[in-house]
Design a protein. Structure first.
Length: 417
C-alpha cells in the first residue's frame, strides 16, 4: 500500500487545483463559467481532458455521447472512475471536473509506479450530468450503462436544436450510441469523487466522507387555472387567483418538509405566471416542486400529503388543477463493501470517514444500473455549490486523490457479492 507524506499529499492537491483552474478557463462567457453539453466549450474541455489522460499514460478515446474515456490496461473486470465536465449556468469550477481530475491523477500514480493491477481502470469524463442544455440529464452516463432512451434524441434546447442535431454538429452519429454501452459483467464498479455540495463535512470538521446513497428525487409540476380579472375592481371574496393558490401550495410543501424531521427537502425554484401583468389577477400559474429524500418511504409519504393538500386548496379556491410528475427517481444506494473500502482508505490517511447521503444527483444513478457504485465526498467551503464561490482547499483535494489511490489498491471485486 502506498504511504503518502504530507508533502506528497500537498503536491497532489496543488496539481489538482492547477488543473481545475485551467479547465475553468474554458467557458462560453468571459465573466462566468458556462460549459454546456455538446457545445464548442465542451469540445475544448474534452480535448484538454483527453490530453491529460494521454500524459498520464492512458489510452484516450471518446464515445458517441461525447464521454472521454482514459483506459489503463489490467486483467479481469474494469473499475470505472470519473465524473462530469459540463456545468450549470454561472457555475463553480469544482463540481464535476475535480472528480475527473482526481481520477486521472490516481490512474497516473499506478502507471508511473509500473503497478500491475488485478483489474483495468477506465477514467470517464461525462458531459451531461447537469442537464443545463436539454430537458434531460445523465445522457452520457446512461449511454455507458446501456439505458439511453432513443426518444430523447428528439428533445430540443432553448434554441430549437434537437439532441440528435447537436450530436451530429459535435461530430457524432446517433447510430453509434449502442456501442457506447459496457458489456454486461464488464464493469466491476463505478466510483466517483465529488465535492459534497453541502455543509456537513465542514460542520463536522472532516475533509472526506463516504456516501451511503444518492437521494431519490421527484419533480411535481402543479398548474392552477383560475380566472383573470381587473386588479382594482374584483372583490377579494370573488377572486379565483391562481397565484394565491400556488403560494399557499408552496408554503404547504415547505411545512411538510420541515415536519419530516430532516428526511425530506422540498424546493420550488421555478414559477410561471400568466398573463403576468401587474394590474391583472393571475389566471394560470405553474410551479415545479423538487422533492428529495434518502428514504423512498418518506419521499412517497410527503408527495402523497402534498398532492392531497393541493387538491384541497384548488377546491377551496375554485381553481382547476393539473398535477404531473416529469421526473421520478428512487434512492440509489452505494454498495456497502465499496463504502467500507473507501472508509479504510480514508482512515489510512489519518482522517475519520464520515458517512452521509448525497442530496444532489450524480452520474452514479445511471451507472448503478450497470454495476455497483460508490462515492467519495470532499469538504467544500460553506457547503456552497452551483455558485462561483464554490471552493475546496488544495489540501483536501490532495487527500481525496490519495484516498482514491488507496481505495484502488484495496479494491476487491470479490467482496461486492
Amino acid at each position: 500500500m502506498a504511504a503518502f507524506s504530507q508533502s506528497e499529499i500537498d503536491a497532489l492537491g496543488a496539481r489538482a487545483e492547477a488543473m481545475v483552474n485551467e479547465l475553468a478557463l474554458i467557458s462560453a462567457e468571459p465573466d462566468r463559467l458556462v460549459r454546456l453539453f455538446l457545445s464548442p466549450e465542451h469540445r475544448r474541455a474534452a480535448d484538454q481532458v483527453a490530453a491529460w489522460m494521454r500524459e498520464a499514460g492512458l489510452e484516450a478515446s471518446e464515445d458517441a455521447l461525447g464521454t472521454v474515456r482514459g483506459r489503463l490496461e489490467g486483467q479481469g473486470k474494469r473499475l470505472l472512475i470519473g465524473s462530469h465536465i459540463d456545468t450549470v449556468i454561472d457555475a463553480g469550477k469544482y463540481d464535476g471536473p475535480f472528480g475527473v481530475i482526481a481520477s486521472i491523477l490516481a490512474a497516473e500514480h499506478f502507471d508511473r509506479a509500473g503497478t500491475r493491477l488485478p483489474l483495468g481502470i477506465d477514467v470517464l469524463a461525462f458531459g451531461d450530468e447537469e442537464g443545463s442544455r436539454f430537458p434531460v440529464t445523465l445522457s452520457s452516463s446512461k449511454a455507458c450503462a446501456g439505458i439511453f432512451p432513443t426518444e430523447n434524441l428528439q428533445l430540443a434546447d432553448r434554441d430549437g436544436m434537437t439532441l440528435a442535431e447537436a450530436l451530429k454538429a459535435y461530430g457524432k452519429s446517433p447510430d453509434d450510441i449502442p456501442r457506447a454501452a459496457y458489456k454486461p459483467g464488464e464493469a466491476a464498479a463505478y466510483v466517483e469523487v465529488h465535492i459534497e455540495q453541502g455543509p456537513v463535512l465542514e460542520v463536522k470538521n472532516q475533509p472526506l466522507g463516504v456516501v451511503t446513497a444518492i437521494n431519490g428525487q421527484a419533480h411535481l409540476k402543479i398548474e392552477f387555472i383560475g380566472e383573470a380579472g381587473h386588479a382594482g375592481t374584483v372583490p377579494m371574496s370573488m377572486r379565483r387567483d391562481a397565484l394565491a393558490g400556488a403560494a399557499e401550495a408552496m408554503l404547504l410543501g415547505e411545512r411538510l418538509a420541515r415536519e419530516s424531521s430532516g428526511e425530506v427537502v422540498a424546493t420550488v425554484g421555478h414559477i410561471a405566471v400568466a398573463p403576468g401583468a401587474t394590474n391583472v389577477i393571475p389566471a394560470r400559474v405553474a410551479v415545479i416542486f423538487d422533492i428529495r429524500s434518502g428514504s423512498d418511504t418518506a419521499h412517497a409519504a410527503l408527495i402523497e400529503a402534498l398532492r392531497g393538500g393541493i387538491q384541497e386548496i384548488a377546491e377551496r379556491r375554485q381553481l382547476r388543477l393539473t398535477v404531473t410528475t416529469p421526473r421520478q427517481v428512487g434512492v440509489t444506494p452505494c454498495q456497502p463493501a465499496i463504502q467500507d473500502q473507501l472508509a479504510e482508505a480514508i482512515r489510512a490517511l489519518g482522517a475519520e470517514p464520515l458517512r452521509l447521503g448525497s442530496g444532489a444527483g450524480h452520474d452514479g444513478q445511471a451507472m448503478a444500473t450497470l454495476c455497483p457504485i460508490g462515492m467519495l465526498f470532499v469538504r467544500c467551503r460553506g457547503g456552497i455549490s452551483h455558485n462561483p464561490l464554490e471552493y475546496a482547499s488544495p489540501r483536501d483535494l490532495g487527500l481525496a486523490v490519495a484516498a482514491l489511490i488507496g481505495f484502488i489498491e484495496r479494491f476487491d471485486p470479490k467482496k461486492l457479492a
